[in-house]
Design a protein around this ligand. Sequence first.
Ligand code: GLU
Length: 485
Amino acid sequence: MSEEQVRVRYAPSPTGMQHIGGIRTALFNYFFARSQGGAFILRIEDTDQTRFHEDALRDIYETFAWLGIEPDESPDHGGDFGPYVQSERLQRYQTYAGELVASGRAYLDYTSAQRGEQGAAPYACEGRDLSPEEIQRYKDAGVRPVVRLLVPLEGTTEFDDLVLGRIKRKNKDLPPDPVLLKSDGFPTYHLANVVDDHQMKITHVLRAQEWVPSTPIHLLIYDAFGWEPPRFAHLPMVMGKDGSKLSKRHGATSVIEFRRQGYLPQAVMNYVTLLGWSFDDSREFFSRQELEELFKIEKINKAPAVFDYRKLDWFNGQYLRELSPEQLTGELLPWLQAEGWAATPATEEDRTRLLALIPLIQERLKLLQDVVPLTRFLYQDITSWDAQALVPKKASVREALEWLDQAWAVVESQGLADQEELDEAFRRAADAAGTKVGNLLMPLRVALTGGTVSPPLVGSLKELGMDRARERIAGARAVLEATVS
Ligand code: GLU
């Protein structure tokens, strides 16, 4: 077994958008394959045609492309074991189901039509022992059978899960006689999944813990065929901070939604890989290349992982700081374009202007979209000021007016050339006014930028230019004056 080439797969059903849990499974498989010099396969499990969505299928490819996950074999890339879309493999499932019926490990059940094909306990075994006459009656009535696995009523099915350890189930506690092939000739998940994992020579199945109850059934199917099963590693659940299963309620869960909100794929990839996996107890930052080398199944945790949006934001901020000014400019331009602040395609001038702003904003960005509020004051005129914002807490309107004038007088006399001298002059002015520098500068900051949170004052002023700055001071003064009188 040790010489085998590792082959793993991510097998999404295109029924909804790719979410954090799904992509975590994809990444673990991908990194495990890479770390072992193995193959990573993308297989589309679309046999439930009632739940199939074209958008969901597109979303799988879009998410992979965004995260930079490149499967070695997939519907797009092809491979030796295709097709990689289950709806294109129907014939095989039918043949294999027929084999199990012939060998007596599965049977044709004519009674399912009356109670729905997914019918579980207590009815599911009802069709096992029909007499030939009864079967004939169903046939005459045009009833098409389903194929059911014959689950032994005695014994146990057990396996060693690479994460959870030994798992043991009494056969009598398994869902009795699950359907393998529906009456329309479509396989169920159980049959298609097992046949494909076998045919695609999958060596390890890494999938979410919610599939643990299915695994004994799969093992019975492998056994019925006389095939060696792959090894299984069931991944811990991903929970919200409140301890419940991660859902929309906790915020964005679709991966593409994270892109829309301005997360970087490398930050999402890094953070998601830490949901239930760790290299050691402390290290948090890993490049894709490092994960491709370092990932180990032994380091997957059993305990549920907690998805913390604030932590992801922090990660994203760290990754944004790592970008070169040119890279960051490239990432941010689409956000300006969406506001109409840069042309599409962006001109050289758009680029240069934004590049000059990078030193002002890079440290302050958590998400790419933060560029909009941070630079709005440069790209848009301010036509009204919030009087309340202009007045620092506990100060009077009159004080705010004085501080605005004093701070601006410092700028006019000192100029912007020497930051240290300017800071010193602000400090002296604050002392003279009997307040803190932060208070002294607040009305000026709000006058110039329209808000209390902004890039550093001097840099902002330089970008704004003295003429526009003077206009804004006048505008803000007028608002304060009107409030005073
Ligand atoms: N199609 C299943 C899903 O959507 C695959 C489960 C498995 O990996 O076996 O999650």
